[in-house]
Design a protein around this ligand. Structure first.
Ligand code: SAM
Length: 416
């Protein structure tokens, strides 16, 4: 390919365009900018960058149909893990199938540059529409100089505020999912990446007091943040180290700044420096629900020789049998994060409600309320739709028993 002149690295282009490096890689990979692969990364022709900048200044961010009202689609491939997000933005007219949507997206891509949607879906099939974004054309694609929170442009920012996300994992058979599978309740590092990119800037410090097998630290390394994780179970600490060695690209391996501390979060947290953290993201242990023998997914893990509980350690919050005591201990640890988290910064807690016998337990609501006593205010809840989960015939054909296929992300702000 190329070359009309000077070659630029991905980072240089990102700085020039006011985008993230991930976004520039996405532009390169999807052919939206003229680039060549050298080793594991891209080099980009300076002329192509200038062209793109000019086009951006003149191209609407989202195209509208003939009535001038409805944007029709967006599709993005991002990250080395092929985190694939696709979405249809529907107003009055909605495409009847994903295939139809993909075709339309392809037509769009042929005629315009799609910007923005890094790491997120602009909207999801059948969930949400973008009519209220008709003013988006007016928004700049550069990072707003007043933005103290993150490095997102307007088009990257807005989709992250849509209150339903579809959970994206790698799929159980992916080579990079093999360590994650060892843990009974990991979250997806791609979902956490979205949170980290929204609530921090590059080089920000992120804390996960229940880090498990290190999904948060992997996301931090990929997005150039420093992560600190606490984990009680030494085996998961070991798996976190292995994961960071195995699953990160070579150039990140040598210089990422991730730290995992083995121990009880109640003991480790008070040793961390006050006001030293920019963002807390975590998913707390689930009370003894993990011990339920009748759960079908649980039985499959047993059959595959995988862990079904975190540990037998009495300090493990997952071994507490009383819900009230469990809730109090989780709140104490997460509440204790308020001291290390800088004032006005955010904490995102990924939790699930659950069934206990015939009782439905609103853990997310109980926890959000308990955390207020520690100076955290709930600012919003994002629903993570776990579309990949299988549906089991619980209750059928006698009574209503839900298949719980969503988690909540509680977005709390530190008002200390
Ligand atoms: C829901 S999992 C977190 C999984 C993690 N998000 C991941 O993706 O791997 C909760 C973790 O908290 C740990 N844990 C339980 N009690 C703890 C305690 N007192 N201190 C620190 N970690 C604890 C468990 O061993 C478990 O790995």
């Amino acid at each position: 390919m190329m070359v009309n002149g000077e070659l630029l690295t991905v980072r240089q282009v990102a700085e020039f365009l006011g985008n993230t490096v991930q976004h520039v890689r996405l532009l390169a990979r999807t052919g939206q900018i003229k680039a060549s692969k050298v080793g594991r990364d891209w080099i980009i022709d300076r002329g192509a960058v200038m062209d793109l900048r000019t086009k951006r200044a003149t191209t609407p961010l989202i195209s509208f149909n003939k009535q001038g009202r409805r944007p029709v689609g967006a599709s993005v491939r991002e990250s080395r893990n092929e985190y694939f997000t696709e979405g249809v933005i529907s107003g009055l007219e909605s495409p009847s199938s994903a295939d139809q949507a993909k075709r339309r997206v392809k037509e769009q891509e042929d005629s315009q540059i799609l910007v923005g949607v890094s790491g997120s879906q602009l909207a999801m099939e059948g969930i949400g529409h973008m009519d209220s974004f008709t003013k988006l054309d007016d928004l700049k694609v550069e990072v707003d100089p007043r933005n103290q929170l993150n490095e997102l442009t307007a088009t990257e920012w807005l989709p992250e505020t849509v209150s339903v996300w579809i959970q994206k994992g790698l799929g159980a058979s992916h080579p990079d999912a093999q360590i994650e599978r060892q843990h009974p309740a990991p979250f997806s590092f791609t979902d956490v990446s979205r949170l980290i990119r929204f609530f921090t800037k590059r080089n920000g410090v992120v804390l996960d007091p229940f880090v498990g097998v290190g999904s948060t630290l992997k996301a931090c390394a990929l997005h150039e943040r420093s992560g600190v994780g606490i984990e009680l179970n030494p085996r998961y600490v070991q798996l976190t180290h292995e994961r960071l060695l195995r699953e990160l690209p070579q150039h990140i391996n040598s210089n990422h700044n991730q730290r995992v501390i083995q121990g009880d979060a109640r003991v480790v947290l008070p040793q961390l420096l006050e006001n030293s953290v920019d963002f807390v993201v975590t998913s707390p242990p689930y009370s003894n629900i993990l011990h339920k023998q009748d759960h079908k997914a649980h039985q499959e893990r047993i059959a595959n020789g995988l862990d079904t509980r975190y540990s037998d350690d009495f300090r493990d919050l997952g071994n507490i049998h009383s819900y009230e005591i469990f809730l109090g201990e989780v709140a104490k640890i997460l509440g204790g994060c308020s001291r290390v988290l800088k004032s006005k910064k955010y904490m995102a807690v990924i939790v699930s409600d659950y069934r206990h016998g015939s009782k439905y337990v609103m853990f997310h609501a109980d926890l959000a309320q308990s955390l207020e006593a520690y100076g955290f205010q709930l600012r919003g809840i994002t629903v993570l739709y776990q579309r990949h989960k299988r549906v089991f015939p619980y209750g059928y054909p006698f009574s209503f028993v839900p298949n719980i296929h969503h988690q909540f992300v509680l977005i709390m702000q530190n008002e200390k």
